[in-house]
Ligand binder design. Structure first.
Ligand code: RUQ
Ligand code: CUA
Length: 765
């Protein structure tokens, strides 16, 4: 270990092992032909590989946010490499990120309780990125939970979940999350009709008492939070509302929501009645619901709502009277409704029909303005004529589901569930252009920013529900399969299969990576969940233990490689609140914190302050440690929580150690430290002779290194003071600590030096 070696020696060893790594690579040497032969690859495979392979250190052009399905999380991956970058904890605890373990994130998860009950899963379906003028802006991400109607807000500055809102009326929800073109509202539509009230209502009252609902949640962009007090809903008939979309351009101000089972069938297979699937697919058409949401917002502002479970609802009769709600027939059990980039059309794919229908918004608007209706539904909602509303219908394949747009004008891609295909077609001319087979059973599909006003083309991902035999078998539960398709040419080309082993990813959204500007560290002492300074932030040297209102507060810090305090002693029964601030500034220097027996892992990224409150209910000795391999002495980043039985006196600080040190030990350590200082000085000289101030990450590293050197100077003083008193035991220990700070400073310095070398820093005078 480096501990006893001189630092210079460590550097030489590192150089030698690098050379060895270079030699090992030759095991795979050989010509391209050899490798192709050995692995059975074709020219086509090589071309696909060349389009996705990303050399080490390379970045992706697009970043995808995929639903994590039943995991209640969001999966982040890159395109074209298909490398997974992160799982974001959203509706469920995520231990690595400490999500659901520290007090701050527990408070976020607690917002997702339903009628006081903790929900331990989420059925996440549709992520949506915030938009400005109909284009994704990379600021926020929203995602819904179908099973437990909830909506979450994730801030893309740090990829953390900030808020969960529970829909107080819905009992299930599918048609969310969708953001309006300027993210004023996030929309969600209920799925299975249910009574508004929370009590028992028999199915015999289905037609009168069961209802659908669309909610418009007001998003306060400045606060980065949904404001429930400014949000409202619109009551809908008990049809099973499905996916939705916001209009844009000429259709801005309107939203569209599909439905199925407009038969209002209620099932009952156990009573010998035909099941839901028969009763819900009887009619040839269902309904698209069109809502003028801008006018609805005015009605809400004017107080034309009724409070239902605390939420303002525009009731159906008001919506009809005020002319904000219309229905248009749509062929059989549709699924996706997708507004074209220019907002002139929207395309509906009918699961049980082979057609995709292109609706013309201008025609629809003219029909509404002329009050030219074909009839009314049983609730009195005006129905527009299907033929008069259509631009065209195109036969795209068996079981069309969802649509995504290309950067090329009039080009749309539709996922075809039964045929397991993607169909590329022209919605202006109404003709099919290309089809590609995928494996197996595609659900959603996703092109780059393909649901926005400015699709970026290039790639398409087929989100397949089944993988069957595509991957190495891992038992009866298979991963799902995301397939990357090149759409840059006339013909679609399949490039890559990526298994997704985290739950069924329903939908995903992609964004140009350049639009994302996440931070690498927090302001020192930051509560990332409220986005405010933490009241428990602590600076190095200010660590303390304070008793207040019956709680023992431990204000601690984390830095390579120690936790302060290292010994916490409390009495049985005390409520203890630990607060840790990671005082590092270096990128990626995260520390973890786990303690035996208390079910906690904290993730403390640079600058963050997190807390963990618990009852020390059982006497004992509980080691704690850092759970991130943060430095050479990471294993030594440890401490003890001692819980002494009630009534037992606090033990003296007297600690008995296994080792004592002599003057010879001290002298040896001193010599080592002086040699190490020589190495540090040369690294510092190298950095300061370059234009390092032009490189932000290096400035941060230098700040960190300076901190460490100040700590080193402190430890040096203590060591020398003990040596002067001839206490060589303490003098040696402090000299060792002085060395530890030196090592950390040198480690950071070397990182800075490497960065400068790789980024073309120049010598300055
Ligand atoms: S769904 S496979 Cu969006 Cu939940 Cu269509
Ligand atoms: Cu900090 Cu390991």
């Amino acid at each position: 270990m480096m501990k006893k070696k001189s630092f210079a020696k460590f550097l030489t060893t590192a150089t030698v092992s690098l050379g060895l790594a270079g030699m090992a690579a030759s095991a795979w040497a050989g010509s391209l032909e050899d490798v192709m032969k050995a692995r059975g690859l074709t020219q086509k495979d090589l071309l696909a590989a060349a389009k996705t392979y990303t050399p080490t250190g390379g970045r992706d052009e697009f970043v995808v946010f995929s639903s994590g399905g039943q995991s209640g999380q969001v999966i982040v991956y890159g395109i074209p490499s298909m490398r997974i970058l992160k799982y974001i904890g959203v509706f469920t605890p995520e231990p690595w990120q400490g999500y659901g373990f520290d007090d701050e994130s527990k408070a976020v998860l607690a917002q997702g309780k339903i009628k006081g009950k903790t929900i331990n899963f989420g059925d996440t379906h549709h992520p949506a990125i915030s938009e400005t003028n109909g284009s994704t802006d990379g600021q926020y991400l929203f995602i819904n939970d179908k099973a437990n109607p909830r909506l979450a807000v994730i801030d893309l500055k740090d990829f953390e979940t900030k808020q969960i809102v529970v829909n107080p009326i819905m009992k299930s929800e599918h048609g969310g999350a969708f953001a309006s073109p300027n993210t004023d509202y996030i929309m969600e539509a209920s799925q299975y009709p249910a009574p508004f009230e929370n009590g028992y209502v028999p199915l015999s009252k289905f037609n009168e008492k069961y209802r659908g609902l669309v909610s418009y949640w007001k998003f306060n962009r400045k606060e980065g939070r949904i404001d429930p007090t400014k949000s409202f809903s619109v009551e809908l008939p008990p049809y099973s509302q499905d996916l939705s979309d916001f209009g844009k351009g000429p259709s801005d101000g309107w939203s569209f929501t599909n439905s199925f089972c407009t038969e209002r069938y209620v099932g009952g297979i156990e009573k010998g009645r035909p099941p839901f699937e028969a009763g819900c697919s009887q009619k040839d058409t269902d309904f698209v619901h069109m809502i003028n949401w801008k006018k609805a917002a005015e009605l809400f502002a004017a107080g034309k709502t009724k409070k239902v479970n605390g939420m303002d609802v525009i009731m159906m009769d008001t919506a009809i009277k005020e002319g904000i709600l219309f229905l248009i027939p749509e062929p059989k059990s549709p699924h996706g409704v997708d507004v074209t980039p220019d907002g002139k059309y929207f395309i509906v794919a009918g699961k049980l029909d082979t057609h995709a229908s292109v609706y013309d918004f201008a025609k629809i608007k003219a029909l509404i303005d002329a009050k030219d209706f074909a009839g009314k539904d049983p609730y009195g909602i005006p129905i527009l004529d299907l033929k008069k509303s259509l631009h065209t219908q195109v036969q795209v394949g068996l079981g069309p589901l969802h649509n995504q747009y290309d950067s090329k004008k009039c080009i749309v891609y539709t996922s075809i569930y039964v045929d397991s295909q993607i169909t590329k077609w022209d919605y202006c001319e109404g003709k099919v252009l290309d089809k590609i087979n995928i494996h197996y059973n595609v659900g959603h599909l996703m092109s780059m920013e393909g649901d926005t006003a400015n699709p970026k083309g290039k790639y398409l991902v087929s989100l397949n529900k089944l993988a069957i035999d595509r991957f190495n078998p891992v038992g009866p539960l298979h991963p799902q399969n995301h397939q990357l398709i090149d759409i840059s040419g006339d013909k679609m080309q399949l490039l890559y299969d990526m298994p997704i082993p985290l739950g069924e990813p329903h939908y995903a959204v992609a964004i140009q990576a350049s639009k994302l500007k996440p931070k690498v560290r927090y302001k020192l002492g930051w509560d990332s969940r409220t986005d405010k300074k933490s009241p428990y932030r602590t600076r190095p040297g200010r660590e303390k233990i304070v008793k207040k209102d019956g709680v023992t507060h431990v204000y601690g810090t984390l830095i390579r490689s120690h936790i302060t305090p290292e010994i916490i002693e409390v009495e049985e029964g005390e409520t203890v609140s630990l607060h840790f601030t990671n005082v590092e500034r270096a990128e990626d220097e995260t520390h973890g914190f786990a303690i035996n027996n208390f079910d906690v892992n904290l993730s403390v990224e640079p600058g963050k302050t997190v807390s963990f409150t618990f009852k020390a209910d059982k006497p004992g000795v509980y080691p704690y440690y850092c759970t991130e391999f943060c430095s050479a002495l990471h294993l030594e980043m440890q401490g003890y929580l001692l819980v002494r039985p009630k009534g037992v006196k606090a033990s003296d600080a007297a600690v008995s150690e296994g080792q004592t040190y002599t003057k010879a030990d001290y002298d040896k350590q001193l010599k080592n430290n002086i040699a190490t200082q020589g190495v540090i000085d040369s690294v510092v000289g190298y950095i300061t002779s370059r234009n390092f101030k032009s490189f932000k990450p290096v400035v941060a590293l230098v700040e960190d290194a300076t901190d460490q050197l100040n700590f080193a100077a402190d430890a040096k003083k203590k060591s020398e003071a003990f040596a002067a008193k001839k206490d060589y035991n303490n003098a040696t220990l402090w000299a060792q600590q002085w060395f530890q700070y030196q090592v950390k400073a040198a480690d950071i310095g070397l990182r800075a030096k490497t960065y400068l070398d790789e980024h073309g820093a120049v010598v300055v005078k």
